[in-house]
Design a protein around this ligand. Structure first.
Ligand code: SAH
Length: 339
């Protein structure tokens, strides 16, 4: 045991894990190990977008170099890529694509139909916000492709994703397109369905648990509540309200009297809160931000329309996060906070 772990009390057994590769399969194992409370170090010259993102957020350590014996000596367990992970030879008469909404990161929120599709897959094309840990148990012959889109970071163009789906399915493979949340809620699933249909590829969609509802719910916030809110509107906050291409009528939302749920709106939160206030939403209306919902790093910041942007910035909240405006945002707060 090292001096530092002794200072923090007894270190848990078998918790320091070294991962010796950085591809999407390694990312699936990393996610599963982070969920199990391991301290993860990745040593690999190159890594996929998900691992790069976790490293940037301080959730693991990544050394961009070749492995040394000292790396192995410093840990309790080592995870190596399976030796046989060559692409599977086509073994079906007809390929197809299944779009699976994977829910918000927690593999427990993947549907049974989604899990069944994964168990039948030859190729999985996955996003960063998908429940990657669910891929850790797939057999080595399943090809896992990470097309992570990181805000302001590495991205795979949508055309390239469409091309991958069509190419693998045309070669007779069952391709599962795994996404975070639901594929049709800001997930570009409709475009992927169109691309498959245009190429004559059979395509089916498995609905997923969307973060628009699940992220608030995981923080104890119901988007509707008898006597408090008779509805909710889900909007993208990607474009600030003043943006010429924004088509959201924020003033109408402010007057609607229902819960407002904003996705992709961390950067634009100050402008959104301002637009809602200008539209007539009272500054004392409760608001809450739920970040990393369903992940071990989940955080909730609560405030009001007037204070939420500053409180979220102060707390260092980053994407992915869902913001809720409306009376329901005060529900589920720990007593000491709501007092
Ligand atoms: N199809 C997804 C949404 C994709 S848009 C769904 O149905 O959930 C990406 C946005 O979703 C993020 O910017 C964030 O606002 C939200 N989001 C996705 N996963 C999240 C999570 N685990 N915690 C909080 N917000 C999340």
């Amino acid at each position: 045991m090292t001096g530092s772990s002794a200072a923090q009390g007894p270190a848990p057994l078998l918790r320091r894990t070294l991962v010796t590769s950085g591809d999407a399969r390694a990312a699936a194992h990393v996610e599963a190990m982070l969920r199990a409370g391991h301290t993860v170090t990745v040593v690999a010259p190159e890594v996929c977008g998900s691992i790069e993102d976790w490293h940037a957020r301080g959730l693991l350590t990544w050394h961009a170099r070749d492995l040394t014996l000292d790396d192995v000596r410093a840990v309790d367990t080592v995870w190596n890529a399976p030796a046989d992970d060559a692409p599977a030879a086509p073994r079906r008469d007809h390929g197809r694509v299944t779009l699976v909404g994977g829910g918000p990161s927690d593999p427990g929120l993947l549907t049974v139909a989604g899990r069944d599709a994964l168990l039948d897959a030859d190729v999985v094309v996955t996003d960063r916000l998908a429940p990657l840990a669910a891929l850790a148990t797939l057999p080595p012959h399943v090809v896992i492709i990470d097309v992570a889109k990181i805000p302001h970071g590495r991205t795979t163009p949508q055309e390239e994703i469409n091309r991958l789906l069509v190419e693998h399915a045309s070669a007779g493979r069952h391709v599962v397109r795994l996404k975070g949340g639901d594929s049709f809620v800001f997930g570009r699933g409709g475009e992927e369905v169109d691309a498959c249909r245009e190429a004559g590829i059979p395509v089916t969609v498995v609905p997923g648990v969307t973060s628009a509802i699940a992220a608030p719910e995981l923080a104890g916030i119901p988007v509707t509540h008898r006597g408090t809110s008779q509805g909710f509107t889900v909007v993208s906050g990607h474009l600030p309200p003043s943006h010429p291409e924004s088509t959201v009528d924020w003033a109408a939302l402010a007057r609607a009297g229902t819960t407002i749920v904003v996705l992709m709106g961390v950067r634009t939160l100050p402008a959104i809160a301002e637009a809602l206030t200008a539209g007539g939403l009272t500054g004392t209306t409760p608001a809450a931000v739920v970040a990393d919902a369903g992940q071990p790093s989940q955080r909730v910041v609560r405030g009001t329309v007037a204070t939420i942007a500053a409180l979220a910035a102060e707390a260092g909240i980053g994407a992915p996060a869902v913001t809720v405006f409306g009376e329901v945002a005060a529900i589920g707060a720990p007593a000491e906070v709501s007092a």
